[in-house]
Structures are given as structure tokens and as C-alpha cells.
Design a protein around this ligand. Structure first.
Ligand code: ADP
Length: 163
């Protein structure tokens, strides 16, 4: 039955890790902390359809590199209350609401990630991997983003593949 397959899908969460379900780094929609929002840009951001948008610190000319420095989260709903008189720098808006940026390791079992989300404190986490460096301490590097939706999809997918 479908229920049986769903249970199998859920059981497979024990073998899978966050890496199997996450949205990859290259596909994360983010904004630089230097960005000042025009009305047009707000419309474009709303059209993307995401609820939460990581904000990264612009340190160099290299966007690909800078995107690893996520410093804040912007919730799209926070844009609803923008005062036309205020400056609309994204980092300034994000700082007002100050949503916590949660981070998990890429090899975390998916089952544990699900348990975390079920506790209800947060619904999205940045995914990091540990990178060993010669003669230096290892560093954590951003490699993805995961939400509850990704885990549910992982359960449903098992059902479809099993057909
Ligand atoms: P949303 O409400 O923003 O659509 P969901 O939790 O429903 O977020 O997740 C839907 C999918 O979108 C998931 O695969 C998730 O990893 C991905 N996702 C969420 N936020 C972003 C983002 N800022 N950039 C890219 N993908 C994202």
C-alpha cells in the first residue's frame, strides 16, 4: 500500500544524511548585505517565491566566494512593513528582525534533522561541511540549505520510485 511505502521512505531517513536532501549551494537564492531595495527589486524578490533569504557579507569583488559568508536571514514577510521613508538596505531590515541563522553539518542523519525541525524552533538551516586545511584549523564551509519540505520530499520520492 501507499502507507507502507511511505513508512519505508521514512525508515530510509536513517540511512540518508542532510546532503541527500538539501538544496545545493549554487542554487541558494541569496542577497548581498550591501543591497538597497527598490520597489522593483522587492517585487522581483517576492516573485522568486522563497520565504527566507540568506544575506551574505560582501567582502571582495568575487560574489561566488562572498556567498559563503552568510551573516543574516531575511524573511520575505518582513518586507511587508517597509516604511517608504526608511532606507531599505537588506542588512538593516534583517538586523531589525534578527532571525537566528541555524547551521548543521552535511553528514547529519536526515532522521535527526527531522527531529530538530519537529521541535519547532526553526524550519531552515544552512548546511556546512568541515574542510581540512594544511597547517591550519579546519574551517566550516557553506555547502547547502535544508528545510522541512526537503525531508518530506525525500519521504514521498521513495514512494514514487518504488512504484
Ligand atoms: P519556501 O517557503 O521558501 O518555498 P520551503 O521550506 O517550502 O521554502 O522549501 C521549498 C524548497 O525551496 C526546498 O527545496 C528548500 O531547500 C528550497 N529553498 C528554501 N529557501 C531557499 C532559498 N533562499 N534559495 C534556494 N532554495 C531555497
Amino acid at each position: 500500500s501507499d502507507e507502507f511505502k511511505m513508512v519505508l521512505g521514512a525508515l530510509e531517513l536513517y540511512d540518508k544524511t542532510v546532503e541527500n536532501a538539501m538544496t545545493r549551494y549554487e542554487d541558494i537564492f541569496m542577497l548581498p548585505d550591501t543591497l538597497n531595495l527598490s520597489a522593483d527589486m522587492v517585487t522581483q524578490i517576492l516573485d522568486m517565491g522563497y520565504t527566507r533569504i540568506p544575506i551574505y557579507e560582501k567582502k571582495t569583488q568575487d560574489d561566488d566566494e562572498d556567498r559563503k559568508n552568510v551573516v543574516a536571514l531575511l524573511f520575505v514577510k518582513d518586507l511587508a512593513l517597509l516604511d517608504p521613508a526608511d532606507s531599505h538596505n537588506v542588512m538593516k531590515i534583517a538586523s531589525i528582525y534578527n532571525h537566528e541563522v541555524r547551521r548543521v553539518l552535511v553528514d547529519m542523519p536526515l532522521r535527526n534533522m527531522l527531529e530538530e525541525f519537529k521541535r519547532g524552533e526553526y524550519h531552515m538551516a544552512l548546511v556546512e561541511r568541515l574542510v581540512e586545511q594544511e597547517d591550519k584549523d579546519p574551517i566550516y564551509e557553506l555547502c547547502g540549505l535544508i528545510t522541512l519540505e526537503d525531508i518530506i520530499e525525500e519521504i514521498i520520492q521513495c514512494e514514487i520510485i518504488d512504484e
